[in-house]
Design a protein around this ligand. Structure first.
Ligand SMILES: *[C@@H]1O[C@H](CO)[C@@H](O)[C@H](O)[C@H]1NC(C)=O
Length: 431
């Protein structure tokens, strides 16, 4: 290639680039009378309209304004358990709600004790540490003043016989004495009756945007009905009283004894999905239950924690230490309400109408690039005219893109822009 030819190409490229600046484009309507293409065009339009009306507006409620739920939950557990564990630190006793619901009030949650290690009458003093935490052979193993971080107190410096296990010795510590013996008294759960305990969940909600307030305790229950009803997803789905055994079953837990022995966490989801185009009395909750802890973990299973009850005798502090195992229920409230509003409706319809442009783009592609008469259609769609003051760098040896004579142009304009698609497939009429 000579350098002359190369510079020629460069000039042409520049010419086309600048040429675009000096070319005005106006739209022209080309009607194509083709049954195939027009059927495709109408089908695509129909699909888009069906999508906008059916999915966006009707199914996804595109005609509504939405608001999220604001909620407050309180719970009240009912039930008693008698434990006959004479010979242990628990003894024969009754456990009522104030005993086994710890703490008495929580935000969106409640805990029911189902097993416990109770250590009575602890006072501050010196005693032997748990031998599994602080084993020793001589006083040298128990440096004085060193805290037993995983145990219960601070070393006194002595190694003493253990009161928990015969033939063993452990460090003596300053602590709440005697220290806890971390062993569950009963074989399984201490609270087999807990399966029949019930809980009333009171949930008051509001959709602030619409000023609508609802409660899950519906007005059509009177107080005796409320006392006697039990939630059942099939027969009594609006009763706000839940049997613990039912909650666990609906969460997929069949073995009550197993979960009650080591404890566990279960979520209760109250879902308010409301269409406020109907009366607010149709706005009612549904409930879902799910186990949150993994029962198959190898270590640190279940749910437990320690707390103490303090009292004072003869100017000495005493306490009862309780390591409680049990079921923790967490209440989640979710929900959304919708109500008709013109603004989302017009916005959704507007964006839906804009989608109709896709039909034109797709059919243009078919007609200009895929159809077997694409060359003819393209010829009819794009037309270049030149005015006397047209921008030109190259003259007669141009590649023809800009060099159409005004004679040709006039002839082209005279030819109708309408392209007919007769059944015989004769397209000769264009030139
Ligand atoms: C729970 O209540 C049912 C029905 O009242 C009773 O048959 C069942 O024995 C109770 N379960 C326990 C563990 O007490």
């Amino acid at each position: 290639m000579t350098s002359n030819a190369r510079s020629n190409i460069a000039v042409k490229t520049v010419d086309r680039g600048f040429g675009a600046l000096f070319r005005y484009e106006t739209s022209k309507v080309v009607q194509i009378s083709s049954i195939k293409v027009s059927v495709i065009y109408r089908l695509i339009q129909l699909l888009i309209i069906a999508y906008v009306i059916g999915w966006v507006v009707v199914y996804k409620k595109g005609y509504q304004d939405f608001d999220d739920v604001v909620s407050g939950v309180t719970t009240k557990v009912k039930g008693v358990q008698y434990t006959n564990l004479t010979g242990t630190s628990i003894g024969a006793r009754i456990w009522d709600v104030a005993d086994y619901v710890v703490p008495p009030q929580e935000n969106n949650a409640f805990f029911i004790t189902t097993n416990a290690v109770v250590t009575r009458d602890q006072t501050q003093g010196a005693c032997d540490e748990d031998p599994s935490v602080a084993p020793c052979f001589s006083d040298a193993d128990c440096p004085a003043g060193k805290p037993q971080m995983l145990g219960n107190g601070v070393n006194t410096g002595r190694c003493v016989p253990s009161s928990q296990a015969p033939n063993k010795t452990s460090c003596e510590i300053l602590a709440w004495c005697p220290v806890e013996v971390d062993q569950l008294p009963a074989g399984g759960t201490m609270f087999p009756e807990a399966v029949n305990f019930t809980v009333l969940i009171k949930d008051s909600i509001e959709f602030p945007l619409f000023g609508v307030k609802r409660r899950n305790v519906l007005d059509y229950y009177n107080s005796s009905q409320l006392q006697n009803c039990v939630y059942n997803p099939d027969t009594d789905m609006y009763c706000p009283v839940f049997r613990i055994g039912d909650i666990l079953k609906l969460a997929g837990i069949d073995n009550f004894t197993k979960i009650a022995t080591v404890g566990g966490v279960v979520s209760i989801t109250v879902n308010w999905d409301c269409n406020l185009d109907w009366d607010a009395s149709y706005c009612n909750p549904t409930y879902r239950f799910r186990r949150l802890d993994d029962e198959n973990t190898k270590i640190a299973k279940g749910w437990n924690f320690r707390y103490a009850n303090y009292y004072r005798i003869n100017d000495t502090d005493h306490r009862t230490l309780i390591k409680a195992y049990g079921l923790r229920f967490v209440v989640y409230v979710t929900g959304r309400a919708g109500r008709f509003n013109v603004i989302p409706l017009t916005m959704n319809l507007g964006s839906g109408l804009a989608l109709l442009g896709i039909a034109t783009v797709l059919c243009d592609m078919i007609v200009l690039y895929l159809h077997h008469k694409k060359v003819i259609y393209r010829g009819a769609k794009y037309e270049t005219l030149e005015d006397d003051d047209a921008y030109r760098l190259m003259n007669e040896e141009d590649d023809g893109l800009l060099s159409e004579t005004s004679q040709d142009a006039r002839q082209r304009v005279r030819a109708s822009a309408q392209v007919l698609d007769p059944p015989g497939g004769n397209y000769g009429a264009i030139e």
